[in-house]
Design a binder for this molecule. Structure first.
Ligand code: NAP
Length: 480
């Protein structure tokens, strides 16, 4: 047999995780001249596109147009999608090793960081990731409940996810009704009593993780006043010195936007979004029923550490802010995958430039790779994953060139389908997704929305006229 990637011996690649990174990796593989490659893309959800469907805020529809690029990649005859297939449940590492030369994990960062403070488990204290997944109709989160009878809400963190959460809480029902927000979330938010949303930054405005377009957009909401405590909008000495040493136009602009909010006179709109800086939560306080009633904050000051990073430390001055709901939005973190070496401290697969490394020896594990958030951590925007995926694919191609691949015993595409028919007959193909997409957008068109999402696997199967425990897929559903 000739080497993998040739005419009579296609390189067989499995990508686990059908978010942006998975698609960009497939694209980079397909772009290689002289490479005969077949890509199978898996996701544990029936639907592709990862955080573009389940993370990007519903009022940011334009960003979601990026899926047209993914549709084009999926139209390559050497591409197959297998949704509703869970790595670790339906397929194991040995199964993949028996069917593929290379296996790439692009599973993202599926959970959130904790604050590690008392009261975090009180009723009414949630992760922002759960709220985001809930309002975006993620099947695993549709049963979540958030008590929106709260009048005041604290969002801990000032990254772009915190901005998304704050914005969705502040938008009017009319604004949300034009989006693809999950129907049940729209109903719940219609009854919302939320009047004040606090976003809490532990460092100063110059260090805030949000980006300028996102923070500027907050001021464009018609029914919300954005409020900043004037003292917290002042630039402190440490930040001023850093900026003088290393001028940064983006940071200057960010400071200007926030200071403009501080200078503005509140117009008495229905809701208030209060941006706070230099405060850290030290405790979430509960009432006699174990429900959140307030958040206790400590005031911080900034200092530069030995590496020149601006950090914060508590001053000893405390305050209590009455809130009935808390969302912690302090970053996503990766979840370990069965049998794949994991760096617990960083929350990523142990890897070097995308090559998975053995825990003990630190040597590359033949045939295993990582890309995206599960490789580098939860940083950057969707587009950041394109060069990241390309870097990993380049490592895969180098290894292929050196003959370092797996040697699958069942390399034919139909052998994998036969296995899946046994293990998970309720798998979804890309044509299944295209049909769901059409149904969702048609329902949306009837009520002036981009789409009305299916939010459970059962609904999706039913819409396609399939049963949960059906036999192997029929011939006409097969792709590839
Ligand atoms: P992020 O950008 O890393 O922000 C995390 C925030 O949590 C920071 O403000 C951080 O403060 C704070 N934080 C961390 N630990 C804390 C603690 N113990 N106590 C108080 N605050 C704490 O994370 P993210 O908002 O989850 O976003 C993840 C990535 O997705 C980012 O790259 C983001 O830009 C991207 N994203 C982009 C968009 C968009 O483009 N519209 C939308 C959503 C997400 P420090 O800075 O002091 O650490």
């Amino acid at each position: 047999m000739t080497r993998p990637g040739s005419e009579d011996n296609p390189l067989r690649v499995a990508i686990i995780g059908a978010g942006p990174t998975g698609f960009y990796a497939a694209e980079h593989l397909f772009k290689q001249p002289q490479l005969n490659v077949q890509v199978d893309l898996y996701d544990r959800l029936p639907t592709p596109f990862g955080l573009v469907r389940g993370g990007v805020a519903p009022d940011h529809q334009k960003i979601k147009n990026v899926t047209r690029v993914y549709d084009r990649i999926a139209s390559n005859p050497a591409f197959r999608f297998f949704g509703n297939v869970d790595f670790g449940t339906h397929l194991h590492l040995d199964d993949l090793r028996a069917h593929y030369h290379q296996i790439l994990f692009a599973t993202g960062a599926q959970t959130d960081r904790n604050l590690g403070i008392p009261g975090e488990d009180l009723d009414g204290s949630h992760s922002a990731t759960a709220f985001v997944a809930w309002y975006n109709g993620h099947p695993d989160f549709r049963e979540c409940r958030f008590d929106l009878s709260a009048e005041a809400v604290a969002v801990v963190g000032v990254g772009n996810v915190a901005v998304d959460v704050a914005r969705i809480l502040c938008r009017t029902t009319d604004e949300l009704a034009e989006t693809d927000i999950a129907d049940y979330a729209l109903d719940a938010l219609r009854e919302s009593k939320v009047r004040t949303v606090y976003m809490l930054g532990r460092r100063g405005l110059a260090q805030a993780a949000f980006t300028n377009p996102e923070i500027k957009e907050l001021g464009e909401m018609p029914s919300t006043d954005v409020v900043v405590v004037p003292e917290e909008a002042q630039l402190d000495d440490v930040s001023r010195a850093t900026l003088e040493r290393e001028p940064d136009r983006m940071v200057q602009k960010k400071i200007e936007i926030v200071q403009n909010y501080a200078a503005a006179v509140a117009e008495g709109r229905a809701r208030r979004l209060v941006l706070r800086f230099l405060v850290s939560p030290v405790e979430i306080l509960g009432d006699e029923n174990g429900r959140v009633r307030a958040i206790r904050l400590v005031r911080n000051e900034l200092y530069e550490d030995e590496k020149g990073i601006v950090r914060c430390r508590p001053t000893g001055a405390y305050e209590e802010v009455p809130v009935q709901l808390v969302f912690r939005s302090v970053g996503y973190v990766g979840v370990p995958l069965p049998e794949v070496p994991f760096d617990e401290r960083r929350g990523v697969i142990r890897n070097e430039r995308g090559r998975v490394l053995e825990g003990d020896s630190g040597q590359p594990v033949t045939g295993l790779y990582a890309a995206g958030w599960i490789k580098r951590g939860a940083t950057g925007v969707i587009g950041t994953n394109k060069p990241d995926a390309a870097e990993t694919v380049d490592a895969m191609l180098e290894d292929l060139e050196r003959g370092r691949t797996l040697a699958p015993v069942n390399p034919r595409p139909e052998q994998l389908e036969a296995l899946l028919a046994e293990r998970q007959p309720a798998y979804f193909t890309f044509s299944d997704w295209q049909r769901l997409d059409e149904l969702e957008t048609c329902s949306g068109a009837e009520c002036g929305r981009p789409r009305v999402k299916f939010t459970s696997v059962e609904e999706m199967l039913e819409a396609l006229g399939r049963n949960m425990i059906e036999a192997a897929p029929q011939e006409e559903r097969r792709e590839g």
